[in-house]
Design a protein around this ligand. Sequence first.
Ligand code: SF4
Length: 369
Amino acid sequence: MITASHTPRQPAEVTAAAAAATASSDAWQRELAQAITDPAELCRLLQLDPRMALAALEAAGRFRVLVPRGFLRRMRRGDPRDPLLLQVLPGARELIEQPGYSADPLGEQATQRAPALLHKYRGRALLIATGACAVHCRYCFRREFAYPDHADVAAALTVIAADSSIEEVILSGGDPLSLGTSRLRRLTDDLRNIAHLRRLRLHTRTPVVLPERVDADLGAWIASLPWPCIVVLHCNHANEIDASVRAATARLRAAGATLLNQSVLLAGVNDSVGALHALSEALWSAGVLPYYLHLLDPVRGAAHFEVQESRGRQLLAQLAAQLPGYLVPRLARETRGAPAKTLIAPAPWESLRESPRKSPRESLDDAAY
Ligand code: SF4
């Protein structure tokens, strides 16, 4: 299912594909412009208690609501516990200060080698291509990140060009697919001249929440790249994947991209073996391999999503007992200053024993939306 090789298209094919895309290339931007930004509208469209919108308004002042309408259509009407809704609807719990939760939980400011360049791990560097996203996830560890201006990318490119240890550039953000394809093309045109680059990676949630973004123009750009392109999607629940997402991932694979997925283990969203099993199967149906399942980064406002590490180990052990290894993601934690992610599970069999399910933070007043 996963395309491991990279076969750039010939220039004539690329030109033809780009021409064919012209008529539809603005569709995703129109869709994004119509995304929901008002918690009251979100609650009204989902037939939820209007009091939830009132509670959401104050928290939305810290990190605004953004939900594409196509993503909303995958949520259940009248269900305040819908796993997709919980990821995007602000609540009063975000306003409760928790010890250990901060604006920069991974100490990323200390890894900045240029305003738009984070260098955490050997051989790879993160280019913060934009601060914009197609959706605002309430647990996002960069929800308070001080995003640089466009102009700062030039300084990042200079650092990458001067450091031959950087063999892989990761376009991140925000979400790099929030940028138009012409902007992405200009960016990679600048990277083409750097001889020591071997791979390009994109970290993106856009193909999941706004699959229209994966149009023919984007596919032509990916197919034209001189390096293998790895697209690491961000999907947390099987209900996020419908026919439109499968069509988008098929287009990415047809362009030659290798598709992986990273999720965050989120209380109330995917912290059950059934939810994780269904997610792995849904990813497989879309030609995507589960890669990482991250423990929550302790960002201010997201404590109510925390799942204890012991519970994560238990879930992964149960998952490993049900699925082939290639459908079991690696449970990992990112630790500030560490030279790599800390791998936690799949766990040994003894962790199948029962352990307490809820942390004190998960037991915060569930009704306090
Ligand atoms: S799409 Fe990614 S970067 Fe954007 S808000 Fe969600 S988690 Fe954060």
